[in-house]
Design a protein around this ligand. Structure first.
Ligand code: GLU
Length: 481
């Protein structure tokens, strides 16, 4: 790989900045992957910053879960809350003094102003604007308060927020890395609250200050932030700072192509996919291609190959569909790459009730048959549980109950005699009795598994064990008598 340490003489520094409001979203994991690839490609740094200024939405413990989930996907950061770094702290509520200093600068320069409006006034304003079909925005009521009025309100301890002073009718233009030139008229931009009445900054203010101080060069984020970018650019301008390069990524769409990916079509949490038995490398490979292409036919990428191939020119403008079938395809591929030793560890995790011997028996039987590791639980349910079923299921192929009992009794004799090499012995039994092979296996399969769709039943018997096999056959016989 060519040693590219910089873009435009700057060390590439990217960041993921999730809020501790719950589990890591799968879309955030995709953003992170692109951030990570860009930083690593140019030998730069990837930073984790916790944006915890919205305390109302705080979910206890989620900050730790976010970090753990990213690690479980095999990704790591160069600076972050747990390991520190030269631009820390990396948790926004630990940086409140820093924001105080910078908001003072904006207030002094007249780029921000105190707003003493009550919630009631703001609610009424919003309702009036809504009724008049106008976009809800602050009417700059407090923009022109005199110094004396402000001081009086402050002395009287009237609660306040601090807002961004947005100029009228100016065009803000910026070059989005994915979308090209983007223009906004400032008349469309609200006088954003920068500091809330509890003294804590909003995301907008904190993120700009932090991105600057942490020397972030590229900001990948979801397109839902696009309309916030003019506010951020105004802040950069007011401070006289150079803005990072923005790349607003497409949203992930539901599998039916309608709307943003939502819980409607399964979980949206990165953690849930791991719990379901998707392999980290399969999910990452799937996400790599969900908004980027290599410009070649190559489909399978390790993380290192992705870093090498990654280029911002090949990021997509069109929103991709989160196609679960494609994800299954990648998972199947990566599962088949695993050695039996690696599968042993994975099977054990997803079948904690199985003994080591049972796992060893099940690996060759099941490794080609599962798409994700949680399928193991479903496929082997009969080994660990008594599965309830109706007698009719045994006779699904129209088998006479008496014949079914005979089949089961004779199988039982054979199994009792010798529990090994049952495949040949049962096939001989079918031949000797002139039974229909499909009919026999339906009866036998349902007797053992309690369902119709099962893994190869004879191969699973050693994992079930002699005693349980015989008792399941007895239960089936008693149902038929
Ligand atoms: N804290 C924001 C979020 O939760 C980050 C947005 C950004 O990357 O600027 O999505």
């Amino acid at each position: 790989m060519i040693e590219l340490a910089m873009i435009d003489n700057k060390i590439v520094r990217t960041r993921i900045a999730p809020s501790p409001t719950g589990e890591l979203h799968i879309g955030t994991l995709r953003t992170l992957l692109y951030d990570y690839a860009l930083a690593k490609k140019y030998n730069g740094q990837f930073i984790f910053r916790l944006e915890d200024t919205d305390q109302k939405r705080y979910v206890e413990g989620s900050e730790t879960r976010l970090l753990e989930t990213i690690k479980d996907y095999g990704l790591n950061w160069d600076e972050g809350p747990d390991i520190g770094g030269p631009y820390g702290p990396y948790v926004q509520t630990e940086r409140l003094e820093i924001y105080q200093k910078y908001i003072k600068e904006l207030l002094d320069k007249g780029f921000a102003y105190y707003c003493f409006c009550t919630q009631e006034r703001l609610d009424n304003l919003r309702a009036t604007q809504k009724a008049a079909k106008q976009l809800p925005r602050y009417d700059q009521h407090c923009l022109h308060l005199s110094k004396e009025e402000i001081q009086k309100n402050l002395d009287n301890k009237i609660p306040y927020t601090i807002r961004l002073a947005v100029p009228k009718n100016e065009t803000i233009i910026f070059e989005d890395l994915i979308r090209g030139k983007i223009k906004f008229n400032t008349n469309e931009v609200d006088d954003q609250v920068l500091i809330k009445s509890n003294g804590i900054p909003t995301y907008h203010f904190a993120a700009v200050v932090d991105d600057h101080l942490m020397k972030i060069t590229h900001v990948f984020r979801g397109e839902e932030w696009l309309t916030s970018t003019p506010k951020h650019l105004l802040l950069y301008r007011y401070f006289g700072w150079e803005a990072p390069i923005f790349a607003h990524l497409t949203v992930l769409l539901n599998a039916d192509g309608h709307g943003k990916m939502s819980k409607r079509s399964g979980s949206t949490h990165a953690r849930a996919f791991l719990d379901e038995g998707y392999l980290p490398e399969a999910m990452l490979n799937f996400l790599m291609l969900l908004g980027w292409n290599p410009g070649t036919d190559q489909e399978f990428f390790t993380l290192d190959q992705f870093i090498e191939a990654f280029s911002v020119e090949h990021l997509h403008k069109k929103s991709p569909i989160f196609d679960h079938k494609k994800l299954d395809y990648f998972n199947g591929y990566y599962l088949r790459q695993k050695s039996d030793e690696q599968l042993f560890i994975l099977f054990k995790k997803f079948l904690p009730e199985a003994s080591d011997d049972q796992i060893k028996i099940l690996i060759p039987v099941l490794k080609e048959r599962i798409i994700k590791l949680s399928d193991l639980k479903i496929q082997t349910k009969f080994i660990f549980e008594d599965v309830e079923y109706d007698k009719e299921l045994l006779l699904k192929k129209g088998t006479d109950p008496k014949l079914a009992v005979e089949m089961l009794n004779k199988s039982k004799e054979i199994i009792k005699l010798n529990f090994n090499d049952l495949s040949t012995k049962l096939t001989d039994l079918i031949k000797d009795n002139n039974w229909n092979i499909g009919e026999f296996f339906m009866v036998f399969r349902v007797a053992i598994c309690g369902t119709v769709f099962t893994p190869p039943v004879i191969e699973c018997l050693p994992a079930l064990g002699l005693e349980k096999t015989l008792s399941k056959i007895d239960i089936a016989i008693s149902k038929l008598n």
